[in-house]
Design a protein around this ligand. Structure first.
Ligand SMILES: O=C(O)c1cc(C(=O)O)c2c(n1)C(=O)C(=O)c1cc(C(=O)O)[nH]c1-2
Length: 259
């Protein structure tokens, strides 16, 4: 059982613990209740961040949209590195053969004549559609230091945590289809200057995120069994929600938020 003095990352160099004192006799939640507690964390998803609300209600300027796309690129390129860390730490072949799909989704592939440019390339095309050049996206010149720190914290967590905890940290994807659908519903109306082909990344992710979540949720519900472990899973999910929120804070500070 982890204790109230442990930190939530399991590594010695991170922030002090934010654990609430736990009742050692609290019974474990059943799978339905545990999943409900995980989903409840969606109230802190960055879909509610003022910067995201601005983007998705048509109030963002082209500069703010370009800033967001250029900064989010750093998250996009980190995801397959994070997923490779999960693979590297996971001794379970069945999990690995499913998990590897995530790397293919983002990096793309050419296998037996079938080709997919992948999510990173799709994100670059989004960048081109909003008026950035390929070079200024990929050389990371616009990435804000605090965004870099937040994203790096995610990769470092996945490198050092037990693989099931890294899997759990991906569960912000529970809430991602909604944010992608929101963009697809509002951007064409508000930002007619963006070629809609540039929004393909969001279209692809709606179904990919649902599939990811099915796997991530199954691992999490199976692994975190005691109440104490379940509380830890909630902490991990909140840590990841904080990363996404902090990225938006950094972008709001750099690019401003229009009322
Ligand atoms: O646009 C978004 O708001 C958003 C959020 C998240 C997320 O919740 O972590 C992901 C994505 N997009 C995404 O496109 C993606 O591929 C992805 C992978 C992961 C992950 O943690 O493994 N999160 C996300």
């Amino acid at each position: 059982m982890s204790t109230a003095t442990g930190n939530r990352f399991g590594t010695p160099f991170n922030a002090p613990a934010t654990f609430r004192p736990r009742d050692p006799d609290a019974p474990a939640w059943d799978r339905v209740a545990f999943e409900a507690h995980l989903r409840e964390q969606g109230r802190s998803y960055h879909i509610h961040h003022p910067f995201n609300v601005m983007l998705n209600t048509g109030k963002a300027s082209p500069e703010q949209i370009r800033g967001w796309v250029a900064n989010r690129f750093y998250y996009q390129i980190a995801i397959p590195v994070k997923d490779a860390a999960v693979l590297a730490n996971c001794p379970d072949r069945e999990v690995r053969r499913e998990w590897i799909q995530r790397i293919l989704d983002h990096d793309g592939f050419e296998i037996g004549g079938v080709k997919d440019a992948g999510g990173i390339e799709a994100w670059i095309r989004l960048g081109l559609a909003v008026g950035l050049t390929r070079e200024e996206i990929t050389d990371l010149r616009h990435v804000i230091p605090a965004v870099r720190f937040a994203v790096d914290a995610y990769v470092n967590f996945a490198r050092h945590a037990p693989w099931q905890e890294a899997v759990c940290s991906s569960l912000t994807e529970l809430f991602a289809p909604e944010i992608h659908k929101q963009r697809l519903a509002t951007w064409p109306e508000h930002y007619g200057w963006i070629e809609t082909t540039g929004l393909q990344y969001f279209r692809n992710r709606v179904s990919q995120a649902r599939r990811d979540v099915e796997q991530g949720l199954a691992v999490t519900l199976d692994h975190f069994r005691s109440r104490d472990q379940q509380e830890r899973a909630l902490e991990i999910l909140r840590f990841k929600l904080d990363i996404l929120w902090a990225m938006n804070d950094a972008m709001a500070q750099r690019y401003g938020v229009n009322a």
